[in-house]
Write a protein that binds this ligand. Structure first.
Ligand code: INI
Length: 170
């Protein structure tokens, strides 16, 4: 089983960091492009801006808890500096985003570039290495679809188990 790449009828939330916005806005544009080219309308895509990558987990969790979205995308760009700040921001952002999706059951796509240089970031935001935002858009569609299917199947499995028990009881 897998999720089809059709965004029609799905709702998406995108949390995007303003820090390094030169990069994150390019990732955002490509993510929205992927969603819309696969059938999502602009009404079905909500964008929320936050100060930096560190704020993405809480915002994603809050978006997930609204129950409005089939999938979320967290967009950020962390560029290594001269101190350990980079390591804290990267590890807490990735850990927090994983927790947000595990706690809520809503897929949260990790579109946070963690790079050593600005050049590496540019390469991943539309230059040599494509655009990670577009890939994140596709991942959000696939996971949104798959989650919908699995919810359906889970309901079916529970219903089947109930029917079997009834049948056993006679
Ligand atoms: N936030 C980023 O998104 N990218 C960075 O590269 C970055 N650096 O290098 O410091 C960064 N820091 C800010 C952080 O995400 C928080 O917004 C801030 O600490 C307030 O909580």
């Amino acid at each position: 089983m897998s999720g089809e790449l059709s965004a029609t009828g799905l709702r998406f939330g995108i949390a995007v960091s303003r820090f390094n916005s030169f990069i994150t806005e390019r990732l955002l544009a490509a993510a929205v492009d992927a969603l819309e080219r696969a059938g999502a309308t602009s009404k079905e895509v909500d964008v929320v801006r936050v100060p930096g990558a560190f704020e993405l987990p809480l915002t994603s969790k809050k978006l997930a808890q609204t129950g409005k979205y089939d999938a979320l995308i967290a967009i950020g760009c962390v560029i290594r500096g001269e101190t350990a700040h980079y390591d804290y921001v990267c590890s807490e952002t990735s850990r927090g985003l994983q927790l947000a999706q595990m706690d809520t059951g809503v897929p949260v796509i990790f579109c946070v570039l963690t790079v050593d240089t600005l050049e590496q970031a540019i390469d991943r935001a539309g230059l040599k290495s494509g655009n990670k935002g577009f890939e994140a858009g596709l991942a959000a569609i696939e996971m949104g679809r798959l989650s919908k299917k699995l919810r359906g199947n889970a309901g079916g499995a529970v219903a089947n188990a109930g029917q079997k028990k009834k049948a056993q009881r006679g």
